[in-house]
Write a new protein. Structure first.
Length: 259
């Protein structure tokens, strides 16, 4: 099966933690014998001009649609599968696999907030990593849905055609899910960056399965979120700790200990 992994990010003033994440994805693609393609900011030109204007420069809204249009073009080129990976997603376990017996798939998300030392969790679906196979009918539907939602929006919600749409859709129809990809927001990343693994390991326990990659939610870098502000250095330290072994209990090898 001819598979391509594709990503996008700007090519100037790229944060070091983003470079490390995209490098991990590129190396994972090579190990998996997948082809790889990188798009710069011209990626957003895959969105119709009216959509870009309506999105008012919101990168999340534009990227959510552009990754779908790019997938359709790549499949039309002759690839059997196209796998999108967000630029702020780090692959720390090379044994990560995307073996989905379905024409499309999205990420199972566990969003957490820490309140009074208690981990509150919300199951959701996101598109930080998503897969589309040639001939699937969902892709055209999703593209049309993105355009329809943004066209009708009066107040723009950055998650409207991504996590919000997919999570809502999952309530009324089955959505194939990619496992082993965590969503690590500030409630998990901040203590991890400071050398405290306890929240990470509790996340793994609630997640209930091995974790081999993590969406680091880089869109909140330097922005208030969950009562804190993560800086680039925090992301760097978190990646350091994941790659240096803090994630050892997240994979199969540490499952018994984590559980």
């Amino acid at each position: 099966m001819r598979t391509i992994v594709y990503q996008s990010y700007r090519t100037t003033k790229v944060p070091r933690f983003i470079e490390r994440c995209t490098t991990s994805a590129r190396e994972w693609a090579a190990r998996s014998q997948f082809e790889y393609r990188f798009f710069d900011d011209s990626f957003f030109e895959l969105c119709p001009a009216w959509y870009r204007e309506k999105a008012q420069g919101n990168i999340l809204l534009m990227s959510d649609l552009a990754r779908l249009v790019a997938a359709r073009e790549l499949l039309n080129e002759g690839f059997d599968r196209a796998i999108w990976i967000d630029a702020d997603l780090v692959v720390f376990d090379p044994s990560l696999e995307v073996k989905i017996d379905a024409p499309f798939a999205f990420c199972r998300e566990l969003w957490v907030e820490l309140q009074d030392k208690t981990l509150n969790c919300w199951p959701r679906v996101n598109n930080a990593m998503c897969m589309f196979s040639r001939g699937n009918r969902f892709l055209d539907f999703y593209i049309d849905a993105c355009e329809s939602i943004v066209r009708a929006q009066k107040e723009l919600n950055p998650l409207a055609v991504g996590t919000a749409f997919l999570t809502g859709l999952a309530r009324v129809m089955p959505i194939p899910l990619i496992e082993s990809v965590a969503t690590l927001g500030p409630a998990v990343l901040q203590p991890l960056a400071r050398g405290d693994d306890r929240v990470l390991h509790e996340y793994r326990r609630v997640y209930g399965g091995p974790i081999r990659a993590a969406n680091l939610c880089g869109s909140v870098c330097d922005k208030p979120c969950q009562g804190t502000v993560l800086r680039e250095t925090d992301y760097e330290r978190a990646i350091d700790r994941l790659l240096a072994g803090a994630a050892s209990d997240l994979t199969d090898h540490g499952s018994k200990k984590a559980e």
